[in-house]
Design a protein around this ligand. Structure first.
Ligand SMILES: C[S@@+](CC[C@H](N)C(=O)[O-])C[C@H]1O[C@@H](n2cnc3c(N)ncnc32)[C@H](O)[C@@H]1O
Ligand code: SF4
Length: 384
């Protein structure tokens, strides 16, 4: 019965928003661009435009998750000054970028931070993006959802990813706050109830579970049992692709950036300085747990990322050199990220997009055969 309700909900969601599902399923501009790059057929300046935009709208966060490159154990934001940390993307400036890009084929906007719902005008931002007919998906730790539940549903966003990393006990250990799990679950409940009250089938409500060395496969299984039958989510996405970089790859990247841009000591990758080369046994355990939970009849779908067979998980975790056969990253041609400090806004977005420095970045990428030394475990590559 619970499963039947899930199918019905998703079927209605599909009918309510077919263009969204079609777009996410195909992502064809990304795939076509990667294939062109692999043929050494580099798109000419002025012929490619962003189809997807990633906005890091705030730096601030109310959690300190162990694995987070921003606010975690090796987080780089701790070195930022207060003035920078208080910066956020200006709503008017975001709209000016959207006005520029929407007529050029922009379709989708992803948002994250820091914590997305610490952005003071988050609902206005959703409404503005929807008014341009864009697909909208925030990623959030979920702790502030309860307050916004009704407005989120009314804004008409298409999907929402809520990060949960285990059952109550493990989630709170990973997220380093003993109230994190309860608040997030209250938020999910408020959201799903508001959606039902409004008679809507949007947004698609997903949990995003990142399987790192800080949680355990058993915590995934326990979470599934805790969620079962509650009707809180539509999809549980298990991401077995922690982002990490070996030190030597980071240094190799810095040498390249110095050569191409004369910039020394880039530190952005240092938040990802972890090592999974000894993670084979745990990865095996994860593979077995994934098989077990996929065989269960939960009232939510279990999706796994990356799309590799479970028996490849030990290789995926431990062998940084393995790029999953994804040899050419299309992101620099189709999916820019704008960071919270908004430095880019003295200039029209497309002047930067086609500007000399961005072109030099694309040349640097091509000179390395399509991937840079720090790219192999980037989620934008592994989730492609
Ligand atoms: C950086 S957070 C920002 C949005 C929000 N604060 C949240 O936690 O969902 C975006 C996503 O990255 C995930 N994440 C954090 N550290 C990661 C890592 N080292 N590798 C892969 N994903 C990570 C989080 O769990 C979350 O799903
Ligand atoms: S909630 Fe998100 S941004 Fe904040 S520390 Fe955790 S992963 Fe990082």
């Amino acid at each position: 019965m619970a499963k039947r309700n899930l199918y019905w909900r998703l079927f209605r969601g599909l009918l309510a928003n077919p263009r969204y599902f079609y777009f996410v399923w195909r992502m064809d501009t990304h795939a076509k661009t990667a294939a062109r790059l692999a043929r050494d057929d580099l798109p000419k300046n002025g012929t490619f435009y962003p189809v997807k935009l990633d906005l890091r709208i705030v730096y601030a966060c109310n959690l300190r998750c162990k694995m987070c490159a921003q606010w975690g154990d090796t987080g780089t934001y701790f070195a930022y000054g207060t003035t920078k940390l208080q910066q956020k993307l200006d709503l008017k400036v975001i709209e000016s970028v959207i006005r520029e890009l929407a007529p050029k084929g922009l379709r989708y906007v992803d948002m994250e931070g820091g914590e997305t719902f610490l952005y003071p005008e988050i609902i206005e931002l959703f409404r503005m993006l929807k008014s341009y007919g864009l697909f909208v998906k925030p990623v959030t730790n979920g702790t502030l959802l309860k307050k916004y539940a009704q407005d989120i549903i009314a804004s008409g966003i298409d999907a929402i990813n809520v990060s949960v990393d285990g059952d109550r006990e493990m989630h709170n250990v990973v997220r380093q706050m003993d109230w994190a799990y309860d608040r997030t679950m209250e938020g999910l409940l408020a959201l799903v109830e508001a959606r039902a009250r409004a008679g809507r089938y949007k947004p698609l409500i997903k949990i995003s579970f990142t399987m790192t060395r800080h949680n355990k496969a058993s915590a995934l299984q326990k979470l599934c049992e805790e969620l079962a039958g509650k009707g809180l989510i539509d999809v549980l996405v298990v991401k077995s692709n922690p982002i990490w970089v070996p030190e030597e790859k980071g240094q190799a990247y810095n040498a390249l950036v110095e050569k191409h841009f004369g910039v020394h000591g880039i530190s952005s990758w240092q938040g990802f300085l972890e090592d999974y080369r000894d993670f084979g046994a745990e990865a095996q355990d994860i593979a077995e747990t994934l098989r077990a939970i996929k065989a269960k009849d939960y009232d939510f779908f279990v999706d796994t990322v990356p799309t590799v067979p479970a028996h490849d998980l030990p290789k995926l975790y431990t062998d940084y050199e393995w790029n999953l056969g994804r040899t050419h990253c299309p992101i620099a041609y189709v999916e820019p990220t704008i960071d919270s400090d908004g430095n880019v806004y003295d200039t029209p977005f497309l002047d930067i997009w086609f500007g000399e420095r961005f072109q030099e970045f694309r040349r640097m990428l091509a000179s390395q055969g399509g991937l840079l030394p720090i790219c192999n475990r980037c989620c934008q590559l592994t989730e492609a």
